[in-house]
Design a protein around this ligand. Structure first.
Ligand SMILES: Nc1nc2c(c(=O)[nH]1)N[C@H]1C(S)=C(S)[C@@H](COP(=O)(O)OP(=O)(O)OC[C@H]3O[C@@H](n4cnc5c(N)ncnc54)[C@H](O)[C@@H]3O)O[C@H]1N2
Ligand code: MOO
Ligand SMILES: [Mg+2]
Length: 422
C-alpha cells in the first residue's frame, strides 16, 4: 500500500502548476447544448449566436409624452408668437395612429406609441400650453421651433433584423436576458452544465448532522467543494462519505461514473497506509498524473474512469479548495463552454512581512483591498492547510513563485482573485 509499493517512477517528478493545468485542460471537451427557459438562463453560457428577428424598436415611436408635429409648422413659433395646432388624434402606447399629420395639426401621443408615418418631431407637453380645449375642437399652443427627429426613436435604433446581438460563449447577464426577451427567445440554447460527483473519503468523517465521536471530524470538503462547483457554473451531486476501504471506494466510483460527467474525491491521495484513491483509480481507470509542485495541494491526483475525468483532491481542507480553484474550476468552465477559464489575477502590494520562496509554488490566502493608491494584500494569518476558516476570510491566493527571490513587504505580488474585492 502507498506510493513506495507502486512502480511509477515519473511520479517522482512534481509537475509545475501551469503544466498540470495545461495537461488537464487539453483533456477537457465542451459538453453538448440544451434549450432552457429564458427565466432560468441567467449565468448560463450561450451555445449559439443569437440574431434579432426584427428591428428593435420595431417601429418609430415617441420618446416623450407630447405632440407629434410637422417641423415647418413651428418655424416661426416663439413665446410672443405661439403657434396653435389642431389636435386631430390621441395615440396611446400599443395603438396604431389612424391619421397622418397635415399642416397646422398635432397628434397627442404617449411615450412608446408608434408615431404617425409622416411625423417629424414630438414636442413634450411641458413645452406647450398642455392643450387648451375650445368650443369645437382641441387646440395646443407651442412656443418654440423644433427639429427633425426630436424625441422620435427610429425603428431599429437598438437592433436591426438579422443583426448578431449575442455571440456564442457569452455568459448571460441581466442585460443579455433583456436582449433575448426582446428578440423573442423564450427558449435559449446554452451549454449543458457539468454534473460533478463529490466523494469525500475518510474513516474519520461524519456528515454535518451527526455528532462526531472520539477521533472523528465532520466532512467539510464535500460541502465546500459542492459550493465551488456551483460557483463554477456546474451541478454538484453529493455522494455519501466513503470509508478508507477499497471495495466501498470502487462501488462509489462506479455509481459516480454512471451519474456524473466529472468525479471529485477528497482525501486519500497521499502516502498514508489508508490512502487508497490512486491505487483504486489506477485499477478501475487511468491515473494521468500525481503531485504538483505547489503548497498547499501537492498530492493532487488526476486521471479518468470510462473517459470521465476524475480529480483526487488532497484531504486537507485548504488543499482541497485551492486545488479545486486552480485545476477543477478551469476544467469545469471548459466543459461548460465558458471562454474565460481562469480566474483573473491582479497585482497587489504585500502588507505583511517578507515572504520566502520555496521549492514549491505557494498560494497564500490573502485579503485584497482596493485603495486610492492601488490594491493591497494582507495574509489571513497562519497558512496551515487544515485551516478552513482562513479560506472563509480570503478573497485571493497570493502566489510566491517557486525557486525565486521571495516577495518583500511593500512589493507587488500576483494574486488570483476568487472573491469580491474589499
Ligand atoms: N509522509 C507524508 N505525509 C503527507 C504528505 C507527504 O508528502 N508525505 N503530504 C501531506 C500533504 S501536503 C497533504 S495535502 C495531505 C494529503 O492527504 P490525503 O489526501 O491523503 O488526505 P487524508 O490523509 O485523507 O486527510 C488529510 C487531512 O485532511 C482531513 N480531511 C480529509 N477529508 C476531509 C473532509 N472531507 N473534510 C474535512 N477534513 C478532511 C483529514 O482528516 C486529515 O486531517 O497529506 C500530508 N501527509
Ligand atoms: O500540500 Mo498539502 O496540501 O501542503 O497540505
Ligand atoms: Mg492521507
Amino acid at each position: 500500500m502507498g506510493f513506495a509499493t507502486h512502480p511509477w517512477p515519473f511520479f517522482m517528478t512534481l509537475l509545475a502548476v501551469a503544466d498540470a493545468q495545461a495537461a488537464i485542460l487539453e483533456r477537457m471537451t465542451t459538453l453538448a447544448s440544451e434549450r432552457i427557459d429564458l427565466t432560468t438562463a441567467l449565468g448560463r453560457v450561450l451555445a449559439e449566436p443569437m440574431y434579432a428577428d426584427r428591428d428593435a424598436p420595431p417601429f418609430a415611436n415617441s420618446a416623450m409624452d407630447g405632440y407629434a408635429v410637422l417641423v415647418a409648422d413651428l418655424n416661426n413659433a416663439s413665446a410672443d408668437n405661439p403657434v396653435a395646432l389642431q389636435i386631430i388624434e390621441r395615440v396611446a402606447a400599443g395603438a396604431v395612429p389612424q391619421h397622418q399629420l397635415r399642416a397646422g395639426s398635432a397628434i397627442r401621443i404617449m411615450t412608446g406609441a408608434q408615431v404617425p408615418a409622416n411625423a417629424e418631431a414630438v414636442v413634450p407637453f411641458e413645452e406647450t400650453d398642455e392643450g387648451q380645449p375650445n368650443a369645437q375642437t382641441e387646440v395646443v399652443r407651442m412656443f418654440q421651433p423644433t427639429q427633425h427627429g426630436n424625441n422620435i426613436r427610429p425603428a431599429g435604433e437598438d437592433m436591426q433584423a438579422g443583426n448578431l446581438v449575442l455571440a456564442a460563449g457569452q455568459v448571460l447577464n441581466a442585460g443579455s436576458i433583456g436582449v433575448l426577451a426582446t428578440i423573442g427567445a423564450a427558449q435559449v440554447p446554452v451549454f449543458r452544465q457539468p454534473r460533478v460527483a463529490i466523494i469525500a473519503t475518510g474513516d474519520e468523517l461524519v456528515d454535518v448532522g451527526i455528532e462526531p465521536n472520539a477521533g472523528q471530524i465532520r466532512n467539510s470538503n464535500g460541502y465546500a467543494n459542492a459550493a465551488q462547483v456551483r460557483e463554477a457554473g456546474a451541478i454538484p451531486i453529493m455522494l455519501p462519505i466513503v470509508p478508507d476501504n477499497a471495495a466501498a471506494l470502487r462501488a462509489t466510483l462506479a455509481q459516480a461514473v454512471a451519474e456524473a460527467d466529472v468525479l471529485l474525491t477528497s482525501g486519500g491521495v497521499s502516502v498514508g497506509d489508508y490512502d487508497l484513491v490512486k491505487q483504486i483509480l489506477n485499477e478501475v481507470g487511468k491515473l494521468e498524473f500525481w503531485r504538483v509542485r505547489m503548497r498547499p495541494g501537492k498530492p493532487l491526483a488526476f486521471g479518468s474512469i470510462d473517459g470521465k475525468p476524475i480529480f483526487g483532491l488532497p484531504g486537507n481542507p485548504v488543499s482541497a479548495m485551492v486545488c479545486f480553484e486552480l485545476f477543477v474550476r478551469p476544467a469545469l468552465r471548459k466543459m461548460g463552454g465558458y471562454q474565460q477559464l481562469l480566474r483573473p489575477s491582479v497585482w497587489a502590494k504585500l502588507l505583511d512581512a517578507d515572504l520566502e520562496s520555496n521549492e514549491r509554488r505557494q498560494y497564500l490566502r490573502v485579503i485584497v483591498k482596493s485603495s486610492a493608491t492601488g490594491l493591497t494584500a494582507e495574509l489571513t494569518g497562519a497558512q496551515g492547510s487544515g485551516l478552513v476558516s482562513s479560506m472563509a476570510r480570503a478573497n485571493g491566493l497570493l502566489i510566491v513563485p517557486e525557486a525565486g527571490q521571495g516577495i518583500n513587504r511593500g512589493e507587488l505580488a500576483e494574486v488570483v482573485l476568487f472573491g469580491e474585492l474589499h
